[in-house]
Design a protein around this ligand. Structure first.
Ligand SMILES: [Zn+2]
Ligand SMILES: [Zn+2]
Length: 95
């Protein structure tokens, strides 16, 4: 009797384990992605240029370097100072 109960219980738990592992992996992947997004300060600032008519990654007016956004303001990635953003192709100001 005992032997039959043990086998039945073993068969029930085995299919559940891979699902739990996949769920755990998904949760961990989600948390890691969230943390990367939150702490990566150098996110590209993409704007549509009025003159080129297409989406461009904005650069700083002072060093023509990539910029990062913080509290609605733009900062140069080289000198870390507040800057206005320009189009990398036509060097005209972006909004
Ligand atoms: Zn442009
Ligand atoms: Zn600069």
């Amino acid at each position: 009797m005992h032997y039959i109960v043990d086998v039945g219980g073993g068969e029930e738990t085995v299919p559940c384990l891979p699902i739990l592992i996949i769920l755990l992996a998904l949760i961990v992947a989600y948390i890691v992605l969230y943390l990367i997004q939150r702490f990566s300060g150098n996110k590209k600032v993409v704007r549509v240029c009025d003159y080129c008519g297409r989406a461009v990654s904005a650069v700083s007016e002072c060093h023509h370097a990539p910029v990062y956004e913080k509290g609605g303001k733009y900062f140069c990635s080289i000198c870390r100072k507040r800057t206005s953003i320009i189009c990398p192709n036509c060097k005209r100001p972006l909004h």
